[in-house]
Design a protein around this ligand. Sequence first.
Ligand code: FMN
Length: 177
Amino acid sequence: MSTLVVINGSYRKDGITAKCLEAVSKKIAKQHNMAIVNFFIDDNIKACNNCGPGNCVIGCHFSDQLQLIANEIKKADRVLIGSPVYLDFPTPKLLSFLSRLNCYAESTNREFFRDKRIHIHANGYCSGTKAVIGILMRACEMLGFTIEGRSTTEYIEIWKDKKIRGGMNSKDICLLE
Ligand SMILES: Cc1cc2nc3c(=O)[nH]c(=O)nc-3n(C[C@H](O)[C@H](O)[C@H](O)COP(=O)(O)O)c2cc1C
């Protein structure tokens, strides 16, 4: 049975991203008859330090969770990555992780991820999921993945607080009838 590797880029292990990824991964696994392998990215995963031309090696000089996840991706047919929206960006840890995958792409003339189909998910409180999907699609394209699907989840509640957003506060909002 082929494998779907699910990579959660949230800082909350049992947060909304985890719930969304569980639903999306079950759907993909059922559709393609796959086994699911779940990863929650370590909070302290390193970003690429750009060791310099000629110094970058497949598998990276820094040993951490990267190698474990990359080895599973190597065996898998499909990958699902997910991130909450952080100020219209994916989380820093997911970007760190993706930057580290570059050593596999660079050292293999971008062949390493060529046959891997990647699904991308983003979820946010009220905005930014499309921005996050766009950023992740471009990064995955650079790495050489085949982009297969994407999904977003946004949930909105009427503001109950007085936080300023975009120069406005809750008194400034207009609700559409
Ligand atoms: C630092 C930070 C920045 C955020 N920025 C946004 C944002 O720009 N737009 C948005 O809709 N939600 C934003 N959120 C809310 C999260 O994206 C949202 O609550 C998400 O579903 C949380 O997923 P999690 O439970 O896996 O952490 C932000 C949250 C944090 C902690």
